[in-house]
Design a protein around this ligand. Structure first.
Ligand SMILES: Cc1cc2nc3c(=O)[nH]c(=O)nc-3n(C[C@H](O)[C@H](O)[C@H](O)COP(=O)(O)O)c2cc1C
Length: 406
């Protein structure tokens, strides 16, 4: 099953069902242009023959990244974006750019007062985040425009498409979740209000781009507060408005389920119940990410109607050649999950350790599955602060820029 082709609603054909999931690489220049290491990394992943690749967070508003070396989707970076698209897709594996706005998950060192649908509490993880203020209605319109403009830049640069990041507690996920969206206007209240911004962005991008441009959306099963009706509504509407692929994940920085081994029960896939619901509600293909590890478990999930495609995160970082091996019937070794560490540190450790592996590939080295955890954590922390201090100052956007020009 995983060997089978997948035809997306817009007619684009993926050669197999294995998809490299988004992995924040933090390999851009201080101005947010893709660096050579990032380009080498994606060439290496393409050689592993997945059916599709999805990049890590690329930011639509440079004031609100999730990390200081995220790619920033601004016009000035178009030449490097084009070089990335050409190199990564040279062998025919399409690459989607994950377009994202971190909202209240923007680190405090970059935005002391980040933005969110509502002025809820700060994200309580390692004292790294400030208390957000609520976005004004005009700013929400601006966010919608920024996502559409980002998608247009991605299309002009030659990428196969985008993935809208509406999962893991970033801005669009904050709008979907009743825990972080307490608005009483058109963008809050019931699910049709909370999903309005995301759905408008999907419709706007579908209208603005060509029919062959792939539109994917990543959602967290945990943002629907257990309501199957709300989840089904969003899945149905995403497909209606032209989404070609819906990825199902879960969790946030505060509730980091996405790396939780404890949630893997008898069968593979942390979020398979929600994936099944999504598949029943939506006419768009579903991609299930999180804890999928064996070729037989993956094929079974497809055969049982839980999902159409399989997302690979940690294992494809440790072994960029993994898709080819899975297609031959081999399984990866177990994850390094650092279960001896306390919960909050564990998520940080998993990120730091995997980032160190990504960076090795970017430099043209082999990964080091036996690497310890202390040095990657210290390096990650040091780089995080250094990169934040040395990043190019954000540029005013749209209305603010117009106002300052008078
Ligand atoms: C180092 C690292 C960076 C990640 N960055 C992103 C990201 O930028 N965007 C995203 O949607 N998910 C991101 N993820 C989550 C993965 O896409 C995936 O959902 C998660 O790793 C679970 O899948 P797995 O069990 O196959 O690893 C990241 C995961 C890791 C390990």
């Amino acid at each position: 099953m995983i060997q089978e082709e997948l035809v997306l609603p817009n007619g684009v054909r993926l050669k197999n069902r294995l998809i490299k999931a988004a992995t924040s690489e933090l390999l851009a220049t201080s101005a947010g242009a893709p660096a050579d290491e990032l380009i080498r990394l994606y060439r290496t992943w393409a050689a592993g023959t997945p059916g599709l690749m999805i990049s890590g967070n690329a930011i639509v508003d440079d004031r609100y990244p999730e990390g200081a070396r995220n790619v920033i989707l601004r016009e000035e970076n178009a030449p490097e974006l084009t070089r990335w698209a050409e190199a990564a897709q040279a062998t025919g594996v399409p690459l989607l750019i994950q377009i994202s706005h971190a909202g209240r998950q923007t680190p405090r060192i970059i935005a002391p007062t980040p933005v969110a649908p509502s002025a809820v509490n700060a994200v309580k993880v390692l004292y790294s985040f400030g208390k957000p203020r609520a976005l004004e209605a005009t700013e929400i319109d601006q966010v919608e425009r920024q996502f559409i403009d980002a998608a247009l830049l991605v299309e002009r640069s030659g990428f196969a498409g985008i993935q809208i990041h509406a999962a893991h507690g970033y801005l669009l996920s904050q709008f979907l979740s009743p825990e972080t969206n307490l608005r009483t206007d058109a963008w809050g209240g019931d699910i049709s209000g909370r999903a309005r911004l995301l759905l408008n962005i999907v419709s706007g991008i579908r209208k603005a781009t060509s029919s062959k441009f792939i539109i994917s959306v990543k959602v967290s099963s945990t943002d629907f507060a257990g309501s199957a009706d709300d989840g089904s509504y969003v899945m149905r509407e995403l497909a209606k408005r032209g989404a070609d692929l819906i990825e199902v994940s879960g969790g946030t920085y505060e509730k980091p389920l996405l790396f939780d081994r404890a949630t893997t029960k008898k069968r593979e896939g942390f979020f398979r119940d929600f994936a099944g619901l999504a598949k029943r509600a939506s006419s768009a293909p579903i991609m299930l990410t999180g804890g999928m590890r064996t070729p037989s478990g993956m094929s079974a999930a497809i055969r049982e109607g839980v999902t159409d495609a399989i997302g690979l995160g940690r294992p494809i970082i440790v072994d960029p050649g993994l898709p080819a091996r899975l297609l031959r019937g081999e399984s990866p070794p177990p994850d390094r999950s650092f279960e001896h560490l306390p919960h909050t540190f564990r998520t940080f450790a998993v990120n730091a350790w995997h980032a160190a592996q990504l960076h090795r590939i970017g430099r043209g080295q082999q990964t080091d599955p036996k690497m310890g955890i202390l040095i990657p954590m210290l390096r990650h922390l040091g780089a995080f602060h250094w990169n934040a201090l040395t990043r190019t100052k954000p540029r005013p956007v749209l209305a603010e820029a117009a106002a300052s020009r008078g």
